[in-house]
Design a protein around this ligand. Structure first.
Ligand SMILES: [Zn+2]
Length: 245
């Protein structure tokens, strides 16, 4: 059965998720602003609640990325460390008993997602140090997402290496705990980048490639489903209907 392009409700994914370990990817938990260029990076808090409630109701447990045990578990991941994750997502997760990993951009903590401006998106506030500690105190985890959010395969290799290695060290020094999980900014990676992430001492790395993970999945090429709002327009419906996958 053809899967939708994005995860929005469990119904269409139940069978697929039973075939492996799913990882969901979130960004900003706030309403889509008027005129937003990249709408898929936003999710209304009410829809976020519905999705997490659905997973919990279906008896999924909430794990770190890379827990490839056959048990019914899901990893909830957030890229970039947006303030809205603490303000809107944490209360929901606390209530439901869910935990998540947030991939932080080490040199942008307490600043904004300025890399989005160049992509035609909207820079949004990111958690500062105290807010990241609140995120952790609520029972959540952190991972690294480089220092400045570049496309790692497109910059000089020595710079890519620095972005990967320093982000780990900076986050560990600042928050006093091992940082063992990584996510490739923009989902951009190649074989050399993967090896650098492994050499830096990370244990897992998430891509933006779609799919579920199983015992055979390379831990440095974990697949994820981007979670977003359901597409209900007629155009999207017809596109889905006539687009075999
Ligand atoms: Zn990112």
């Amino acid at each position: 059965m053809a899967l939708p392009e994005y995860f929005s409700e469990l119904a269409s994914f139940r069978e697929h998720f039973s075939e492996g370990f799913p990882i969901l990817c979130y960004h900003k938990i706030e309403p889509v602003p008027d005129g937003a260029r990249i709408k898929g990076l936003y999710l209304e808090p009410a829809l976020f609640r519905r999705q997490i409630q659905e997973m919990s109701g279906a008896n999924f447990s909430f794990a770190l990325p890379g827990s490839l045990t056959p048990s019914q578990s899901v990893a909830i991941t957030f890229d970039d460390g947006f303030l809205s994750n603490l303000e809107a997502a944490v209360p929901v997760m606390n209530e439901i008993g869910a935990r998540a990993t947030n991939y932080l951009v080490a040199d942008r903590i307490g600043k904004t997602s300025d890399w989005e401006t160049a992509e035609g998106g909207e820079a949004r506030p990111l958690m500062d140090g105290a807010q990241v500690r609140d995120w952790l105190a609520a029972g959540n985890w952190i991972g690294a997402h480089t220092c400045t959010h570049p496309r790692l395969s497109k910059i000089p290799r020595d710079r890519a290496r620095e972005e990967i290695f320093s982000s780990k060290k900076k986050l560990e020094d600042r928050f006093g705990q091992p940082v063992e999980h990584f996510a490739y900014p923009f989902g951009d990676y190649d074989d050399v980048v993967v090896e650098m992430v492994r050499a830096a001492g990370f244990k897992t790395a998430c891509t933006m490639d779609r799919g579920v993970n199983d015992q055979n999945t390379n831990l440095f090429r974990l697949k994820r489903w981007t979670a977003r709002y359901p597409t209900r327009t007629l155009g999207a419906f017809l596109k889905k209907l006539f687009q075999p996958r």
